[in-house]
Design a protein around this ligand. Sequence first.
Ligand code: AMP
Ligand code: MG
Length: 336
Amino acid sequence: MELLDSSDKSLKLAGQAIAAGKLVVIPTETVYGLGADAFNPDAVARVFEAKRRPSFDPLIVHIARLDQIDRLVSKFTSKARLLAENLWPGPLTLVLPKRSEVPGIVTSGLDTVAVRFPSQVLARKIIEYSGTVVAAPSANPFGYVSPTTAHHVARSLGDRVDFIVDGGACEVGLESSVLDMAGPAPRLLRPGGMPLERIQELIGEVLLPQAPEKVVTSPGQLPSHYAPHAKLYLMERKKLHSAFGMIKNPDTTAFILFNAEARDEMTGIESFGKVEILSDKGDMREAASRLFALLNELDTQGIESIYAERVPDLGLGRAINDRLSRASYKAKLRLD
Ligand code: AMP
Ligand code: MG
């Protein structure tokens, strides 16, 4: 693996590598993506291999200009267009009817394709230089926390990719919102970096994700996903506070709290090894952008249990709670 900087020369090299069928890790505003030419089935197969991702999981195809959607999509409805024109580029993925030319391995045989137009300038330049569109899932081993720095990727997938472009920390730090626009009514498949409220403002009613136990059409919907190695327990602030007495190993226990107020309210929290605040002032955007970096970091520090506070279910808070609850699923099974 070769680590590339963000110079124009490197971005060109990265783009050319994608065109040549190589695997290139690209920085985006959401998380780092493991990119390959979406129209090269062999390269896309290597993405699954590198991630050890089950083959039923379709990938998101990244474009660098709105007109590239025509290569992918057979029906771009007016509602979908409205969303694209207002919210792209940005952390929103639209699932739309696909053109027959899109290889089945990209969409896992579905007749729809997930498309995103990232706002990260480096990502766009790499895609532009590749001369194609780029299929890219998050650049982490399947089921593990998504990477928000080049360092996270190098640690977990470094020996399985050709290039990693270092674009610094991801601005949003949370995967895109995935919205199904191919069915009879718009449905949110995965909450993410684009607040649901902004989508609703434009197109009105949006159905919410179905219960994870019921459907596995979208692996972001698998109940246990995005999980760190440490056991994660997710609870309301009050419950978290009353759980203090039951914690046996304070040195290997970490807390993830929403804001500084939470820490101030929880008398006795000083006696634990690690207390992390997502955002002192309770800013959702800052909280979202820190979440995965924090989970990645705690895993390298010998932390065995993580107690996380449920954040308010507003805006990006919905996506934060969704990821925390998926990360906590294994722990929940052990508790039950
Ligand atoms: P990731 O690439 O890791 O951010 O995950 C992409 C998410 O988009 C996964 O949850 C996929 O299952 C979902 N996705 C991609 N394509 C489709 C599709 N055609 N229909 C439904 N969900 C999709
Ligand atoms: Mg992922």
